[in-house]
Write a protein that binds this ligand. Sequence first.
Ligand SMILES: CC(=O)SCCNC(=O)CCNC(=O)[C@H](O)C(C)(C)COP(=O)(O)OP(=O)(O)OC[C@H]1O[C@@H](n2cnc3c(N)ncnc32)[C@H](O)[C@@H]1OP(=O)(O)O
Ligand SMILES: O=C([O-])CC(=O)C(=O)O
Length: 378
Amino acid sequence: MSDDLKKGLEGVLVAESELSYIDGDEGRLVYRGYEIGDLAAQASFEEVLYLLWHGKLPIASELATFEEELAANRTVHDDVLETVRRLAEADANPMAALRTATSMLSAYDEEDGEPGTRAEDLAKGQRITAKMPTIVAAFKRMRDGDEPVAPREDLDHAANFLYMLNGEVPDDKLAEIFDMALVLHVDHGINASTFAAMVTASTLSDIYSSVTSAIGTLKGGLHGGANQNVMAMLKEIDESELSVVEWTRNALEEGKRIPGFGHRVYDVKDPRAAILGDQSRELGNASGELKWFSYSQVIEEFMQQETGIAPNVDFYSASTYYQMGIPIDLFTPIFALSRVGGWIAHVLEYQADNRLIRPRSRYVGPTDQKFVPIEQRE
Ligand SMILES: CC(=O)SCCNC(=O)CCNC(=O)[C@H](O)C(C)(C)COP(=O)(O)OP(=O)(O)OC[C@H]1O[C@@H](n2cnc3c(N)ncnc32)[C@H](O)[C@@H]1OP(=O)(O)O
Ligand SMILES: O=C([O-])CC(=O)C(=O)O
């Protein structure tokens, strides 16, 4: 047994995977052999889900059946919606609401919430993926005092979410950008939330428990929660007297981390940040308000020059979602609506050759304390 300490499990190999390949030196991301740029430009979220879950890109008839199955599973039970309403009334954090409601879905699964065969678990995963957007959209509407909008089976995953969120069918361009964002976020090796899902699955727990663990893990600011922090930073800069460079320099001098920068795997710019940056600029050009993209670009240049640290996926998704009119505290739930596809793919892949995940810590506490009865303790 090695006593080498690998804090944060940095660089530790824990599994073999055919799902995503990341070259952190070249800034390259590949899902099952396909370049992320090609998939973002040419494949729908449903096609990429199929690729991750079934091991190949679908032919047209396979995709049509898959899309129909997903669309047919979007409705969530009234009891779950009632809980979402209560969470909205209690002003719950949207990620906390999503975590609670997704966990609750297991009680209403058409089979049951328990582990089954691979096919049964995949079907459950597909149902979770279909229903999570309904939960997030309902939460937002109920919080705003509006009634939830029922899902539509004739819209694709991206367009249907925006429809349920806003109560109107989005224009094609917005639906296309959102679909692309879903493709870009769906998988990324054994990131923290995926690992959390795998740890849960490795005990032979059920897929609802894995996804619930993963949602809680994605929420943190060092992981998925960074996209919200990026937008909070851009707004703070906008309201500040300082220039973008001055604000960023001050933050660095105070020892702060700049949200949306740095990555455990990439040493160069995340390829997804480049694609989302283009979307952010296009949205700015279309609306005539380029400041969110411009601020982001200035921060990127300054960070590069001062620290050599490059943007990650969360940096430009922030201004992209903001310019699409999406509330800031929904940015991380939206990340979850996509990443759930990767969580499910990794859980199923890992369970096919399962081994309980159980690392060790090095004990550095005392070993020779004498027990003192409570009445004699000082
Ligand atoms: C979807 C995702 O999860 S992508 C990541 C989203 N998270 C963020 O954007 C939050 C900001 N980023 C960070 O905190 C980090 O870059 C992480 C957590 C993502 C990766 O962290 P690690 O791999 O553990 O890198 P580590 O913390 O060792 O940082 C290495 C050095 O870069 C610095 N650094 C890393 N990220 C940043 C940042 N965003 N701003 C300023 N400095 C940074 C650290 O201070 C450290 O410097 P030091 O060696 O002088 O102490
Ligand atoms: O891979 C990671 O560590 C973080 C992550 O989820 C991503 O970049 O998409």
